[in-house]
Design a protein around this ligand. Sequence first.
Ligand code: GLA
Length: 411
Amino acid sequence: MTNDDVLDDVVGDDDGSPVERAKAALASLRDEGDTSASAVDSPVSAAPTIAVAPGRVNLVGGHTDYNDGLCLPMAVDRHVAVAARPRDDNLLRVSAADFDETAELAPDDDPDGWAAYVAAVARVLREDRPVGGADLAIASDVPTGAGLSSSAALELSVGRALLAVSGRDLPTADLALACWRAEREGVGVECGILDQFSAALCEADSALFLDCRSREFESVPVGAGVGVLVIDTGVSHELTESGYNDRVRECAAALDRLREVADRELDSLRDVDRDLLDAHADALDPMHRRRVRHVVTENERVRRARDALVAGDLDRVGDAMLTAHESLRDDYEVSCPELDAAVELAAETPGVYGARMTGGGFGGSAVALVDGDALDRVARAIRDAAPERVGPDADVFACRPSAGVRLVGEE
Ligand code: GLA
C-alpha cells in the first residue's frame, strides 16, 4: 500500500469520512455569517486546504520517550482532518464537527478543552513567524481518551493546515517539535516526543524506530501479512489528571539519586544500563528501582523488537510486546485491570503474536500484533469475548500502518 492509497482511504467517497465532515463543517461555518471581512481573497468556491494526521499505536517503548529512550510506534489509519481557509484578520474561527461546537480565538486567548490545543499550536508557530487568521473545521475518527494519541493528531493537522493557509512551510520534524512544545506548554502534559513524531513521520506499511535522544528515526517495513488490532478498553484516560506527570517526576528523582551514587555523568535514564542499575540498586528505594528497571529493559526490548521486525520474526516481536506489558504493569504501574484483561485475552487467542497496553496507560487501549491471514477470525473472537472479559464499552478494530501528517492533494 502506498501513501496515496492510505490517503484515498482517508478522503474516501464516504460522507462520513473525517475529510468530508471537516469540509461540510467548514462550509457551514462560512454560512453562519462572518462579521469580519475575512473572505476577501478566499472565495467560498475555492477548494479549502485540507490536512490530515493519524493516531498511533506503540508496539514497544512505553514511557521511554521522556527518558531520552527508544520507541517503535506505528501510525494507524484513523485520522484527524482539518479543512481550512485563510482570513484577512488574525482570528481563528474553529468548528469542531464532532462536538458540534465552535470557538473564536484571538491570538492571546487561552481557552480550555479541544480549543486549547488549537490555540497552543498557533501560539508556538507564531513565535517564529506570523501565522495568519483562518477558518478551520475539524473532524476525526481517532477515538479520544483511548491512548491512540488523538491530541497529537489534532495538533499536527491543525499545525500543517495553519502553515499552509499562511503560505509557510516547516520541515515535518520541526512541525512535530512545535506541536510537542504546544502540548507541554499549552496543555500542561510533561510528555515526550513519541506522539507528535509518530503523527508526523510514520510511513505507510511501516513502524518507526525512534531515538528520542538524537531524534533520529528510521522506517521499519511491516510485511503485508501482519495484522494490527486495537482493543480499546472503553476506560477513558486523561493524561493531565492521571499519574503520568508523577511518573515523569519519579524518573527524575531516580536519576538524581543515581547521579549521587554512581560516579558517572548521567544526562538521563538513557545513560543507565543493567550493570549500572545492578551496581547501585540498593541505593534506590524499591519503587524507584522498579521504575528504572522498566526504562532500562524497555529500551532493550525496543532494539530487540526492531531487529526482529527487520528479520520478519514476528514471534520475537510479540514476545517483546508481552514482556513490555508485564514491565509496564508490574514495574512501571501504569496499567489497569481492563488493559491487563485485554492483553490476556489477546495473548490466549490463536493467531496473536503478542499484545501490550499502548499510550500513557491508566485506561485506553491495548495493541495486538496478529497473523494477517487470521485477522478476521482473531478480531471476531476478541470482539465476542471483550464485553465480558474487558468491559461493557470495549471496542475492537483492525488498523493498518499508515503515513504521517500531510496535505490532501499534496504529491
Ligand atoms: C503518552 C505521552 C507520550 C508517551 C506515552 C507513553 O502517550 O503523550 O509522550 O510518554 O504516553 O509511552
